[in-house]
Design a protein around this ligand. Sequence first.
Ligand SMILES: Cc1cc2nc3c(=O)[nH]c(=O)nc-3n(C[C@H](O)[C@H](O)[C@H](O)COP(=O)(O)OP(=O)(O)OC[C@H]3O[C@@H](n4cnc5c(N)ncnc54)[C@H](O)[C@@H]3O)c2cc1C
Length: 341
Amino acid sequence: MSAGIQQDIDLSPYNSFGVSARAAWFMALEEREDVELAREFAARHGLPMLVLGEGSNILFVKDFPGLVLQVANRGMALEDAEAVTVQAGENWHDFVTQCLKSGLYGLENLALIPGKAGAAPVQNIGAYGAELEQFLLSVEVCDLRTGQWQSLSREQCEFAYRSSLFKRAGLSAGRSGEAQWLIFSLTLSLSRQFTPNLSYGALAEVFSDKAEATPQAVFDAVCAIRRSKLPDPAELGNAGSFFKNPLISAERYHELQQQYPGIPAFAAEPGLVKVPAAWLLEQAGWKGKRRGQAGVHDKHALVLVNHGGASGEDIYLLAQDMSNSVLQRFGIALQPEVRIL
Ligand SMILES: Cc1cc2nc3c(=O)[nH]c(=O)nc-3n(C[C@H](O)[C@H](O)[C@H](O)COP(=O)(O)OP(=O)(O)OC[C@H]3O[C@@H](n4cnc5c(N)ncnc54)[C@H](O)[C@@H]3O)c2cc1C
């Protein structure tokens, strides 16, 4: 057995739902050389590979029969604002905090999003009117199928709302896992000049006096709003928003408006409207519902929670019933934001 590769590992400490699942094999990747070792091992034993960050956007419904690669490479280069680099194994919020301390601005609205930096491009993380793609210049990746290393530009990452080339590759692999891309580092373009992004309603309310919107104040406000709204996975297992906000045609939206005059919407691409999934689920009566140890958060209908001891299957079945009820009532199919494995 290769050094550093462990057998039959409990994944419950490695996913923010805290559900039990076992990995047949597990390895922490600290250096580029580890990637080749992992590839050789997986090829020799015919194992699928799964890339894992902090498991804050994953629901394990069953055991993983292959090799889990935990991304653990560390380091940040913060000297050049126009090319700030972070290694994939760094915690995202630590990186945002370090940027702020170093006078590198732009990421304040993305503070406190759980997970590692390497996972940030996967679903093009976004919050409070900002998205990673606004800052990303390139990612250094290894194609795990061929072992080839390359740098992908922002355009090559094919970013969209909560999506990217990497997320789509994961979806097409299905529940089997089977990773293609390993993101090893990210390079971002930040700024020494601070321009607050107060496009999101809740932030605009806090900073009615724009002069108060310093980088630290915006960062603190984002952290405070997030803490007041979202459960801390360390206290209550969850993966943040379980479903994406669905995009529907403007025509369909106007039809729904006749029936539900209060239905909210955000602007999206031309001809499309984004409807908050939380509103749809709340209307369908899901907020605060509980089924055994799996449940829906009492402040946020989009957040599924593990009250302690729920299995991945319990949470998955609850999520399925939630999306079925929205389909029946509104004719809208919800897509999970969380990766189900
Ligand atoms: C309380 C809470 C709040 C959240 N709020 C937000 C939010 O506001 N906005 C938002 O966008 N998300 C949010 N999320 C989701 C989550 O924080 C992000 O998706 C985050 O980027 C996941 O990071 P991770 O390291 O935990 O990834 P994981 O859950 O470990 O992995 C997620 C996916 O990325 C892949 N992956 C991970 N690392 C790599 C890598 N280095 N290379 C290639 N693939 C990789 C995995 O295979 C998997 O498919 C929230 C989650 C929680 C629990």
